[in-house]
Design a binder for this molecule. Structure first.
Ligand code: GLA
Length: 708
């Protein structure tokens, strides 16, 4: 059993394979947090000390570590919920009313029922346990059973307590073209707030917290939580005055209000959370496995070619067909036609909303290109940006009231476009029917769904910050029910929609418009802490890179992109015979190693050298890969030592180095490591290894597996 209840003192102990999380009902009727850490066995051993105030200014409510603190009473700390009742009362007082346990296949769920002392306002705290992944998930459902509306002004999905000070907090910062810049900072007194206020997406921070006690990849305690939601989130980490650190994640209270009408309920986005006493690697492996096995659609992702950087808006059928032929010659399996194919789309300022094929660019319809692509035995993908409209588009002329706006204000354009008001049912219907129409009429296997601007001039509703993204989730979910073979890529001006809310509804993430192979190493590294490699779309693009102006050898660009789901975004019609030969070789190799890259365990390896090597390992069963990069050889120009991880100590492994095969025990490869010396600038290597006596054919071209 993963959930144990001690009825005596009403303590709930939630346990996975190696972790436990506990809380109970205290003498004040509060849901009090008790424990988060390594696995415990007996809930009755957990104590519920009677708390007394530190002083009149430090009341008991303030010092009680609550699972779900509400706004009200002598509480001045972070609260998860603030509600205003119809009579103006702005305080919630809850009573514990009992619990329920449910078993859903392999997952146990606990629901704690809380109810307001005066109003018919119910709060259900939900906890799910995923024992094999060392993960749990929590959320809250608020329900109005009264006859009057209730306004929710703040709703965080839960509070976590870590009984230490001086933790390290890590997340990412950045902006367009510079997403996923990892940072680590000490938690001091005061709060750290990460958030998104843009509605559509965020390139700035990601909706998760990682708190560690000087952990490394393989040692030390790590506490983490990831919000299952895109759009306006907020996360607060605060070291309190009482020797602990708390963390919350949930809907951003910025400009937010949700009217709960009588009889209505609302489920806050869930938080996936966990604990590791073996450093970041265990966190990554548990989340990656959970994502692959329980969140994402199964199957390997195809190697795609995307024509955006080659042709931008100036698409025409003949050139796209030429690109498709070339892409096929290189080994691509999916051809994606990006922006520019519809309406009067010749630049950013027109076309969005007019989702019919541009006759001048495709005089014989899109079928001509699709038939050519299918004739090459490739899949076909299409770019869309369905949440948007350009002022010049016919859709806007017909429905000027379909955009977010205030009647007395001018709505701002950004990238020459407005955002459609997806809180309106007729707009949701339009988006669904437009997409369904495209997917029904054309033989499409892949949709790249973009969103290139934030929301402004929201309209009078203050819940659109969550309503909008939930409408997107709902539309895509329904489209996939009707067109189950279609893969959806989540893009928002690059990597603006990477989170555990959208994953599973969408299949792939566009990681960043920054396709510089060197910048991508750190972007991909930061991404990998939480998010699965299979969803990480990575393209090889032309040099000089449009952003960095850097010229990087094609082999380095391939190696960098082969660390994720490989795509090609070059103008391949300009490829030299050497580029073609190298591309064919690299793409063929990628297909061989794809199951290991997309479905193996991922390791961020240590680099002991003063020279800045990037070293990564992938391991699946008896086969593994080492990716090594040296963007710039520096002072001393030294080599490094690669200590592999995750091997069987007594097994022997053959490492296929460029200098020849080396066979050593797992113990030796993990402890002594292998010397590796790359030379010059933008040096890279992809080194496979195999367990001796492996029944798996080492890197057989046939083992590439099938793709979804
Ligand atoms: C966004 C995406 C790009 C490309 C363009 C097309 O910027 O991130 O990959 O699709 O839109 O306009």
């Amino acid at each position: 059993m993963s959930i144990a209840v001690s009825r005596e003192n009403e303590v709930f102990l939630l346990s996975t394979k190696s972790t436990s999380y506990a809380f109970g009902i205290d003498d004040q009727g509060l849901v009090r947090h008790l424990y988060w850490g390594r696995r415990l066995e007996r809930p009755e051993e957990l104590e519920m000390p009677v708390l007394t105030e530190v002083s009149t200014n430090d009341p008991v409510l303030e010092i009680t570590p609550e699972e779900f603190p509400v706004y009200g009473g002598l509480r001045y700390k972070e609260h998860c919920l603030k509600a205003t009742f119809a009579d103006g009362t702005r305080e919630v007082v809850y009573r514990y009313c009992g619990y329920e346990l449910a078993q859903h296949e392999t997952v146990q769920e606990l629901v704690l029922h809380l109810k307001d002392a005066h109003y018919d306002f119910l709060l259900d705290l939900h906890y799910k346990v995923y024992p094999d992944y060392d993960l749990m998930e929590r959320s809250v459902v608020v329900q109005n059973q009264s006859a009057q509306p209730i306004t929710i002004q703040q709703l965080h999905s839960g509070q976590f307590h870590i009984p230490y000070e001086g933790l390290n907090f890590s997340n990412v910062h950045g902006h367009w073209g510079a997403e996923q810049q990892r940072f680590v900072q000490k938690v001091g007194y005061g709060a750290i707030v990460i958030e998104n206020r843009r509605g559509i997406s965020t390139h700035n921070h990601n909706p998760y917290f990682i708190l560690d006690r000087d952990a490394t990849e393989t040692s030390g305690e790590v506490y983490f939580g990831a919000l299952r939601m895109s759009g306006n989130f907020s996360g607060v980490v605060r070291q309190t005055q009482y020797g602990e650190t708390l963390a919350q994640l949930g809907l951003n209270p910025h400009d937010f209000a949700l009217e709960l009408q009588p009889g209505q309920s609302f489920e806050a986005p869930a938080i996936l959370y966990g604990y590791s006493h073996r450093g970041f690697e265990a966190m990554t492996h548990n989340l990656h496995r959970f994502a692959r096995q329980r969140v994402m659609r199964p199957g390997l992702r195809p190697v795609l070619y995307n024509s955006w950087e080659a042709t931008e808006f100036a698409v025409n059928c003949a050139e796209q067909i030429k690109l498709a032929h070339k892409a096929k010659e290189l080994g691509a399996e999916l051809f994606v036609l990006d922006d520019g194919w519809f309406g009067q789309r010749h630049g950013i300022d027109n076309g969005l909303g007019d989702w019919y094929v541009n006759q001048d660019k495709f005089p014989h319809g899109l079928e001509e290109l699709i038939d050519a692509v299918k004739g090459l035995d490739m899949k076909f993908g299409l770019w869309v940006e369905p949440e948007m409209v350009n002022p010049k588009a016919q859709l806007y002329q017909d429905h000027p009231d379909w955009i977010y706006h205030f009647d007395t204000r001018t709505s701002d354009t950004s990238r020459g476009q407005y955002v459609l008001n997806l809180a309106k049912e007729e707009v949701q219907r339009f988006v669904y029917e437009t997409m369904d129409g495209l997917l029904t009429r054309y033989d499409i296997d892949y949709i790249k769904w973009d969103a290139n601007r934030p929301i402004s001039q929201t309209c009078l509703r203050q819940d659109i910050w969550v309503t909008h993204i939930r409408a997107v989730y709902d539309i895509v979910t329904r489209l996939k029910q009707k067109h189950p073979h279609v893969l959806f890529e989540a893009c928002a001006s690059g990597g603006g929609r990477i989170d555990y809310g959208i994953l599973g509804i969408f299949d792939d993430f566009w990681t960043s418009d920054n396709t510089d192979a060197c910048d991508r190493l750190s972007i991909q590294d930061a991404y990998s802490y939480l998010y699965p490699i299979k969803a990480m779309r990575a393209w090889v693009t032309d040099c000089p890179n449009f952003l960095s102006q850097r010229v990087i050898p094609l082999s380095f660009r391939y190696h960098s992109a082969m660390m994720g789901s490989l795509g090609i975004g070059c103008n391949i019609l300009k490829f030299t015979p050497q580029d073609v030969a190298l591309s064919r070789q690299m793409i063929a190799q990628y297909k061989e190693i794809r199951p290991i890259v997309q479905e193996g365990d991922f390791y961020r390896l240590d680099n002991p050298s003063p020279n800045r090597y990037f070293l990564y390992e992938y391991l699946k069963g008896e086969q593994g890969l080492l990716f090594a990069f040296l963007p710039q050889s520096r002072v001393g120009h030294r080599g490094t030592t690669v200590r592999l991880r995750g091997l069987e100590e007594d097994a022997r492994y053959t490492v296929h180095t460029p200098q020849g095969d080396v066979t050593k025990s797992g113990r030796c490869l993990m402890q002594c490591g292998l010397p590796l010396h790359l030379h010059g600038d933008y040096a890279s290597a992809l080194i496979p290894f195999t367990k001796e006596g492996s029944s798996e054919t080492p890197f057989d071209t046939q083992s590439g597996g099938s793709t979804t």
